[in-house]
Design a protein around this ligand. Structure first.
Ligand code: ADP
Ligand code: MG
Length: 242
């Protein structure tokens, strides 16, 4: 579903990604972890073409991002993305937040968009809040709306960039529960997270990044299994967060 092939990226003279290669198969859940500044956000943003790269290619569902003929906005509309900060529109109601991109980007009619949006809102357990504004919701609820909004676009894959790291601790669980449910339903997911409980429970593979490189890319069982098989950097990282 996602084929990342030898991606390198520079900010000016600073190389932020070095020859990153990996893939995510249909229905697979891949967790990306690693120290702050290691390039996790940059990598995940290259997948929906929010960040350009100078070398390599990424093929999403058969469509090459590096190919100048590719319709990037169209591709982007099929890749759901949830960030650390919920990025809901504060002046729009929950329902309006859910329908806006469906109407503008997918050209759905408003009734159809509303039907789809409310179905996804129900899925994340927030249908009772459909007429509220983001400011009237808790951080955890806003993040669940952000997930529902992404799902309303019928994404072929969902990308998450530390979706729980800005939340108060008591709200982390409700967002992870929604992500676990999605994973169990077979959604293809690439998740930057330090929630190793989530990684253990639902991921298939774990990628560990350091200094712009993919240092480990292995099955979950191997990543959490034998620490002596891990690189020293991954071991050091795990010892700090586990
Ligand atoms: P992570 O998500 O793993 O914390 P990032 O992908 O956000 O890492 O950042 C990787 C590196 O790239 C960091 O050193 C960061 O300072 C740098 N960086 C990120 N965005 C920019 C930018 N727009 N311009 C210059 N450097 C950047
Ligand atoms: Mg980041």
């Amino acid at each position: 579903m996602i084929d990342i092939k030898n991606i390198s990226k520079w900010y000016g003279s600073f190389q932020v990604l070095t020859d990153c290669t990996t893939n995510v198969k249909k229905g697979e859940v891949v967790v990306v972890c690693g120290p702050s500044g290691s390039g996790k956000s940059t990598l995940i943003k290259t997948v929906n073409a929010l960040e350009p790269f100078q070398k390599g290619d990424i093929v999403v569902d058969g469509i090459s991002i590096a190919d100048p003929k590719t319709d990037l906005p169209k591709l982007r509309s099929r890749v759901g993305m949830v960030f650390q900060h919920f990025e809901l529109f504060p002046h729009l109601s929950v329902t309006e937040n859910l329908t806006l991109a469906q109407i503008k980007v997918l050209k759905r009619n408003p009734d159809e968009a509303k039907k789809r949006g409310l179905k996804m809102l129900e899925r994340v357990g927030l249908i009772a809040h459909k007429d509220k504004f983001p400011g009237q919701l808790s951080g955890g609820q806003q993040q669940r709306v952000a997930i529902a909004r992404a799902l309303s676009m019928d994404p072929i894959v969902m990308l998450f960039d530390e979706p729980t790291s800005a939340l108060d601790p008591e709200m982390v669980g409700e967002v992870l529960d929604v992500m676990v449910q999605l994973a169990n339903e077979g959604m293809t997911m690439m998740c930057v997270t330090h929630e190793m409980g989530f990684a253990r429970k639902v991921s298939h593979r774990v990628i560990f990044m350091d200094q712009g490189k993919i240092c480990e890319d292995c099955k979950k069982e191997d990543f959490f299994g034998d620490p002596s098989a891990r690189s020293p950097r991954a071991r050091d990282f795990l010892s700090k967060i586990l």
